[in-house]
Design a protein around this ligand. Structure first.
Ligand SMILES: Nc1ncnc2c1ncn2[C@@H]1O[C@H](COP(=O)(O)OP(=O)(O)OP(=O)(O)O)[C@@H](O)[C@H]1O
Ligand SMILES: [Mg+2]
Length: 493
């Protein structure tokens, strides 16, 4: 008996110490009549509501009856043993009611309570947070949809721009579908990759410079320097020291050693335009470059190795110059390893329509004109012409026609191939022969040249392309001459 009692006491003491330590609130009620026991967590939360301490304290009394009300309702609703939720003042509680038979057989209830207030608050915050995330996301989705719409709009604008650009002239391309031009184009691409020297021949305006550009673009040297030299614009000694450099003291004014263009452009390409115009001395120097791959600076005697690719062009007949003895045969051979000969436009009239369309597009774009119709009569007229100035002349004729066209059509009125003489007589008329005493030939020729350029430019209202066409001279050469004679086309408009 004593042992049993001790066992009971031990059990009660164990149960008590367990209840004292757990964080959940535990109450023991006598049905819904009064509170028999509260563990420290419960007391901390509600205050001590046990029967023995109420003692008529109205605040505690009402708290206790509110709690016992919950117990009564749970029993009444048969929810004993279930996990339920309720509010108590500002607090949100989760609770379970479990029946417990007292030591004396009393009908008691364990009332286990957990305070969910913080947890609920947290959940509310979480749901608020979710809601705002949802709002932000839906905003972002709308923004993305909007930017996708903008992207699609821009893409379609870009496409139409590309379509439009397709119509723009392909600057630098060789236009023409004649057999001669197709063969020429094939040849350009075939020989471009080799480092071989190339001689481009053809009448003025046939496209020699265009071919030189294409050769260089399609070569392995397309990223290295490209130097264009017009051989007829620089005088002999200047050209030589300009190209090959000079040693200190090589001539008056050469106060320091200087590298020439061939050395500066090392690894690149040099285009020697109008090669037929170089002097015998320059021919010898150039031969050395082509033969031995080196140069000797003016005033020096040690050769310097260089690596340049030479592309030369001329509208002169070098073979007959060789026969006449004005061009070295050995240089001719070295230059003429590969010859690209561009036929004159009159021999490939099939290209006229393509070229005309190309130039109409080019200039209607440049002059912002709406020209979209070329009558057959105009094409027939262009096909009839012999084009002594070749493609350059055709380009000029079309340029002028587009500029002058009144509506969206080019008519015969805008088409003219004038070669009229200078209509403004020189005042006072110059008689060069009366003024030759004491002057060099070069000086007199320069004066005549200047007068001719001025006269023709004036007639063409300062229009350089027309003047170039009329005088049948390369554009580069013409600009060089204008610079040398201090002529500005603007003042002649
Ligand atoms: N096949 C072509 N397609 C498009 N444009 C061309 C074509 N051939 C020539 N041209 C144009 O004609 C003009 C004259 O060409 P380029 O200057 O190359 O001729 P060139 O033979 O060097 O003349 P010149 O001997 O007078 O220096 C340039 O504006 C060039 O773009
Ligand atoms: Mg040229």
């Amino acid at each position: 008996m004593k042992g049993t009692r001790q066992d009971i006491e031990r059990l009660i003491s164990n149960q008590k110490s367990l209840l004292e330590t757990i964080p959940e609130m535990v109450l023991l009620t006598k049905e819904s009549d009064w509170v028999e026991y509260m563990n420290p967590s419960a007391k901390h939360f509600f205050g001590d509501l046990c029967r023995q301490v109420l003692n008529g304290d109205p605040a505690r009394q009402s708290k206790a009856s509110a709690l016992l009300q919950i117990v009564a309702q749970t029993i009444e609703n048969n929810h004993v043993g279930g996990t339920l939720e309720t509010t108590f003042g500002q607090s949100h509680l989760e609770y379970t009611l479990a029946p417990f038979k007292g030591y004396k057989g009393d009908p008691l209830y364990w009332f286990f309570i957990r305070d969910l207030t913080e947890h609920k608050k947290h959940l509310e915050e979480l749901s608020l947070f979710h809601n705002s995330i949802e709002t932000i996301l839906s905003h972002k989705i709308n923004e993305l949809k909007e930017s996708e719409r903008t992207r699609q709009k821009l893409a379609s604008e870009l496409n139409s721009l590309k379509e439009h650009l397709k119509e723009q002239p392909a600057e630098g391309k060789m236009i023409g579908s004649s057999r001669a031009l197709s063969e020429l184009r094939n040849m350009v691409f075939q020989v471009a990759k080799s480092d071989a020297t190339i001689l481009i021949t053809g009448e003025s305006g046939t496209g020699k410079e265009l071919v030189a550009n294409l050769l260089r673009e399609s070569s392995n040297r397309n990223n290295t320097p490209f130097l264009k030299i017009n051989c007829n614009t620089i005088n002999d000694s200047l050209l030589e020291s300009d190209l090959f450099g000079h040693e200190k003291g090589a001539f008056t004014g050469a106060d320091s050693k200087r590298k020439g263009k061939f050395e500066v452009v090392d690894g690149g390409t040099i285009f020697l335009d109008e090669i037929g115009d170089i002097s015998p001395r320059m021919q010898a120097a150039l031969l050395r470059v082509l033969q031995d791959g080196d140069i000797i600076r003016v005033g020096g005697n040690t050769p310097t190795k260089i690596d340049v690719r030479i592309i030369a062009a001329t509208n002169l007949d070098l073979a007959s110059m060789v026969q006449k003895g004005t061009f070295r045969l050995d240089l001719y051979y070295r230059l003429n390893i590969i010859n690209i000969s561009i036929p004159p436009l009159r021999e490939r009239k099939e290209d006229i329509v393509d070229l005309t369309t190309h130039f109409v597009r080019k200039y209607r774009h440049a002059f912002k004109k709406e020209i979209n119709f070329l009558p057959q009569s105009i094409l027939d007229r262009l096909l009839l012409h012999d084009w002594p100035g070749n493609v350059r002349e055709l380009e000029n004729v079309i340029q002028r026609a587009v500029l002058m066209a009144k509506n969206n059509i080019i008519t015969e009125n805008e088409l003219f191939f004038d070669n009229a003489p200078c209509n403004k007589p020189q005042t006072p008329q110059k008689n060069y022969l009366q003024r030759i005493d004491g002057r060099t030939l070069k000086d007199i020729v320069a004066e005549i040249e200047k007068d001719i350029i001025l006269c023709v430019l004036e007639k063409n209202h300062g229009n350089v392309p027309h003047t170039v066409l009329q005088l049948d001279i390369g554009k580069t050469a013409f600009y060089d001459k204008m610079k040398r004679h201090s002529i500005s086309p603007k003042t002649l408009k």
